[in-house]
Each structure stands twice: as structure tokens, then as C-alpha cells.
Design a protein around this ligand. Structure first.
Ligand code: KG4
Ligand code: ZN
Length: 343
């Protein structure tokens, strides 16, 4: 079954064609250049750019897959969570396409897309990673930091979540404080800077230490960074910019490792799935792989470059399991964006 998938949840206009777990094409128009001067995503500009680009991204995804709409069996779209007016563009387009071409419509949760990105395959069905349920999933993106039990396809139990900022959001804010107002997107910039710094130069408190929950909290850590910077002279800041980045990153990730280990023990789950934009961070992967070596088990990351951040291929792969379960949108006209959709 060929699925044409659309994701316009934030600042990337992405369209993919997938078949099962195989990616036939995965096209993306990035809005980085549009939002860079503002140091973050500007909702109205994002919406307009999605509207301006979506048709050409759809055409390009079909062309790369060497297919036409006639070969497509269903249209999948991100229903939420995300930026409401951005989500709306993809949903409107998906409804339009499904109706015009007489295709079934599938509505997918963006976060389950991030989970399924870890099971993607190329056109030859590689890599052949079988599903070994149950998994403990760590989702780390710009809007979410969550621990989820993934017991079977499309079956999730959320066991921990952030109480305020998400890890990616904290990283983005830190990048602006450490590097400058226009440090966007902050994650890759902070990672590059941190790689040159000493993670032991200063100890930021690891958020939620001592808590018996599996939750996260990053707003206090952001404030701790602000106070630290305010206590430093401009010369000190200049000298220790990379150290600040490394130490902040260490504290953000420290909370992830702590809660991850606690959850693995509590639920006796050894197989991990780690998805979301922040998992593009290589240092994070190295550290999580070390934990897995220490306690035994396995870890699945997004399988190809470009699959950690937002993309439509992951929506198409999740949609495949919806189709298998017969879960199509019954009344496409009634499908509405849900900016706060939860797993
Ligand atoms: O999943 P995603 O692309 O969008 C959302 O669904 O939110 O995640 C975006 C987040 C941003 O906060 C971005 O700074 C972060 O992922 N990110 C990174 C890296 N690349 C992207 N964080 C740390 N290191 C990176 N290399
Ligand atoms: Zn995302």
C-alpha cells in the first residue's frame, strides 16, 4: 500500500511516499532561512510558507518516488500536536487530495511519527529490525519530553512528561542565551559548541533529582543558566562559552538518563526507542548507548539522516499500521487539527 504523507506541524513543509516501513521519498522544504532573523518560529510566516510550498513539495515527493496520485492508496496527515495554524495547512491539503483523488485519509499523531521513525526502512526493506515489544520510548523534541510504554502497534501508555519546558525548548533557549538572539535552530549550534567545552567546568543541578516520578522539568535549569551568565563578566563569558554549552547540555541530558534508567527498572523494559529532534544529537546517542551496554538491552534511533527532526516519512510509516488496523478517518470533512493532541 502506497501512502502519501504530509507533515506541516511546525516549520518544515514535508511530504513523503511510503510503503509499509519503506521510504520511497521524503521531501522537505525547510523554513530555517525564514525564521532565522527572528530567533524562533513565527507562526504566521510558517503558515504562509507552508501554503506557498506545499504543492511543489507534494509534486517533488511523487516525482522522487516515480509515482503519480493514481498509484497512491491513502493520504496520511499529521493531526497534531504542533502549531495550530501550520497543522491546518497540511490537513486542508490532505483532505483536498483525498477527496479529489478518491483516497482514504489517515490522521496521525506527530509524536507517534517520531516513534515509528526508529523503524523506518529503505526501499529494499533494510534494515530489517523486527518489532520486539514492549519498548520504553523516550521522546525528546522541541515541544515534548515524554516517557512512553509502547506495548504494541499504536498502543501507548505515557508514564512521564515534562511539567514545563521540553528538552529541545530548553536547549533552544540556552542557545539564545549562550550564543546570541539569532541562534536558531539552537540544538545543532549548541551541540557543536558543547563538543569543544568541558562538561565538568560547572555543575548545573540535574532537574527532578530526588523526585519519585518519571517527570521532567526544565524551566528552573534555564533560570540557573541565566543567573550563571549574569554572574560572569563579558570576558569570562567569552572564555567559557563552550563550557557553558557543554555543562548545560550535560544537565539537560542528565535528567533524561536518570529518568530513563528509573523507568527501565520500574517497568522492567530493556528495549528502548528514542525519537524526536533532539536525538539528532550524537553525544546524546553515545551516552544512551552506554547506558544500554551497562544494563543490557537494545536501543532504536531514527534510522536515517533527516528522520530525527520533523519529516513526513515517519507519518507515513505510522499510517501504515493505522491502515492495517482499518483505522481510516470516517468523515474527512470532520477532521480537525488538534494542536494539543496527546498520545
Ligand atoms: O522533533 P523536532 O524536529 O520538532 C518538534 O516536533 O518539536 O524537534 C526540534 C527540536 C528543537 O528544539 C531543536 O533545537 C532540537 O530538536 N534539536 C537538537 C539537535 N537538533 C535538533 N537538540 C540537540 N542537539 C541537536 N543536534
Ligand atoms: Zn517533531
Amino acid at each position: 500500500m502506497n501512502i502519501l504523507a504530509i507533515d506541516t506541524s511546525c516549520d518544515d513543509t514535508s511530504v513523503a511516499v511510503t510503503n509499509g516501513r519503506s521510504i520511497l521519498s521524503n521531501e522537505l522544504f525547510s523554513q530555517i532561512a525564514i525564521h532565522k532573523d527572528w530567533g524562533g518560529v513565527v507562526p504566521n510566516l510558517a503558515k504562509r510558507a507552508h501554503e506557498e510550498r506545499i504543492d511543489e513539495v507534494i509534486a517533488s515527493a511523487l516525482r522522487k518516488a516515480e509515482l503519480t496520485m493514481e498509484d497512491i492508496d491513502a493520504v496520511a496527515v499529521t493531526q497534531g500536536p504542533g502549531l495550530a495554524i501550520a497543522l491546518g495547512v497540511g490537513i486542508t491539503k490532505a483532505k483536498e487530495l483525498a477527496e479529489k483523488c478518491g483516497k482514504q485519509l489517515i490522521a496521525v499523531n506527530h509524536m507517534e511519527g517520531h516513534i515509528y521513525s526508529c523503524f523506518a526502512q529503505d526501499i529494499d526493506g533494510q534494515p530489517e529490525v523486527p518489532f520486539e515489544f514492549p519498548y520504553l520510548v523516550l521522546l525528546v523534541s522541541g515541544g515534548h519530553t515524554e516517557l512512553v510504554l509502547f506495548n504494541d502497534h499504536l498502543t501507548y501508555i505515557k508514564v512521564g512528561a515534562t511539567r514545563d519546558d521540553a528538552a529541545g525548548e530548553a536547549i533552544d533557549k540556552a542557545a539564545r542565551l549562550i550564543i546570541g538572539d539569532k541562534a536558531y535552530p539552537g540544538g545543532p549550534l549548541l551541540e557543536a559548541l558543547a563538543a569543544r567545552g568541558n562538561p565538568s567546568w560547572f555543575k548545573f543541578p540535574i532537574p527532578m533529582t530526588g523526585s519519585d516520578t518519571l517527570d521532567f522539568s526544565y524551566s528552573g535549569l534555564k533560570t540557573a543558566l541565566l543567573y550563571k551568565i549574569q554572574s560572569m563578566s563579558p570576558e569570562e563569558i567569552e572564555e567559557h562559552r563552550a563550557d557553558l554549552a557543554a555543562c548545560f547540555q550535560e544537565a539537560v541530558f542528565g535528567a533524561l538518563f536518570m529518568q530513563l534508567k528509573k523507568a527501565m527498572k520500574k517497568y522492567d523494559v530493556r528495549n528502548l526507542v528514542v525519537g524526536g529532534g533532539v536525538v539528532a544529537n550524537q553525544y546524546l546517542r553515545v551516552r544512551i548507548s552506554e547506558i544500554i551496554e551497562e544494563v543490557g538491552g537494545s536501543v532504536q534511533y531514527p534510522k536515517f539522516p533527516g528522520l530525527a527532526g520533523d519529516n513526513a516519512a515517519m507519518i507515513g510509516i505510522a499510517a501504515h499500521y493505522y491502515a492495517e488496523a482499518g483505522r481510516f478517518v470516517e468523515d474527512p470533512n470532520a477532521l480537525e487539527r488538534n494542536a494539543r493532541l496527546s498520545l
